[in-house]
Design a protein around this ligand. Structure first.
Ligand code: NIG
Length: 378
């Protein structure tokens, strides 16, 4: 079957396992994040892009009418994985910077010297036309656009405030028509807390959900600002300590952990175990970008979460499905294999769903189903 075929019904049958985060709540916290429902010898029936039924093969009755069938023998079906933090749209690469870092240069030093994020600025934009084109490209590609209009201060501006004057007056009105959320890099050498507040308040007034890159290299008050402004998430958290853990746990803000960036930049891993134990909602993402995390593999992210951050495979699954969908405002439709949800499946060629994290860097994903269509199969 090719991806251009659009069966109104797709039956994925004879699956070894169908696995989904338990319950119907989002985001999942504490012990709930570690609960999964596993159905052995199972099928998933997709109708018109949604999941119509999930069950055990012995309980599958006759299906009237046309149904496309997909043989699921040897496969496990998980929810479609949701990547809630990427820098998906950029031009060029930073392989040279990667080598400089391998020889000992730090990410922050390169950034301060005009490299790093600023060397990708032709692709990242930070001018009106490129920013808007990037948001439109992400939307056209099926992504959920977030306007990261405060990522770095372009060299043509005297300082961060002058850049924000421009960005909020000239870019925000149109960006708010395309994007669903706004994000700011609150960090020494980027935007300080008051500048972040100014940017986020203006974006919130324009109707955007709010997110922050925070606590990546240093604590600058990102978590308390996120809580105060009712942000959806604060992302990175490599520098977060006990107080930040407690503050996040007492809030509705999701802590998004980006272990590839921590690994690549030699930073401490975010305190994921402590966050979950304290009752915080956490998600995981790739942070795919040309600098700190040139990696698009969510399976690898789950491997790092289990081996470096102390999450169980079930917690890692919940963090890249239900909780990631919540960060993107999609938890009513994405992140579970259950009737009514979008028919998005990750099909693992494995005898056990935990191979998602266990098979480190392996080609464990055999195919994906998106909106009830088989999209790729290796
Ligand atoms: O999430 N820290 C800021 N932003 C990105 C890196 C972007 C880049 O280096 O181009 C991050 O790690």
């Amino acid at each position: 079957m090719s991806s251009t075929d659009a069966p109104s019904r797709l039956l994925v049958r004879d699956l070894g396992q169908v696995v989904t985060p338990a319950g119907s709540e989002a985001p999942l916290r504490g012990a709930d994040l570690g609960r999964v429902d596993v159905v052995e010898d199972a099928y998933v029936l997709c109708e018109d892009g949604r999941i119509a039924d999930v069950g055990r093969m012995p309980d599958l009755g006759p299906l009237a009418g046309d149904v496309e069938e997909l043989d699921g023998r040897g496969l496990c079906a998980l929810p479609g994985l949701v990547d809630c933090h990427t820098h998906a749209c950029f031009a060029g690469d930073r392989a040279g910077e990667f080598e400089l870092r391998a020889r000992g240069a730090s990410y922050e030093e390169l950034h301060a010297a005009g490299g790093g994020i600023l060397s990708t600025v032709e692709g990242y934009g930070l001018d009106r036309e490129t920013e808007l084109a990037s948001l439109r490209a992400i939307e056209a590609g099926g992504g959920i656009p977030t306007w990261l209009g405060a990522h770095a201060v372009p060299p043509e501006f005297d300082d961060a405030d002058a850049y924000l004057d421009f960005a909020l007056a000239e870019v925000l009105p149109e960006a708010a028509r395309i994007a669903e959320a706004a994000d700011v890099f609150l960090e020494r050498g980027a935007f300080d807390r008051e500048q972040a507040r100014r940017y986020l308040e203006a974006c919130g007034d324009a109707g955007l959900a709010l997110r922050l890159h925070g606590d990546q290299f240093s604590k600058q008050g990102a978590i308390t600002l996120a809580v105060e402004l009712g942000a959806r998430s604060v992302d990175h958290l490599e520098a977060t300590g006990d107080e930040g853990v407690r503050t996040l746990a007492d809030s509705d803000v999701v802590g998004v952990m980006l272990p590839v960036a921590a690994l690549v930049l030699g930073r401490p891993m975010p305190p994921g175990r402590a966050l979950i134990n304290a009752g915080a909602a956490v998600a995981l993402a790739t942070d795919f970008n040309p600098g700190s995390a040139f990696c698009e593999s969510l399976p690898l992210v789950t491997s790092l979460a289990c081996t470096q951050i102390g999450l169980s495979p079930a917690e890692a699954l919940g963090a890249v499905t239900v909780n990631a969908a919540h960060v993107l405002g999609r938890s009513d439709r994405k992140g579970r294999v259950a009737p009514g949800y979008d028919a998005d499946l990750t099909l693992l060629e494995a005898p056990d769903w935990r191979h998602l994290a266990y098979h480190v860097g392996g080609e464990v994903v055999s195919a994906v189903v998106r909106s009830g269509r088989l999209e790729s199969r290796r």
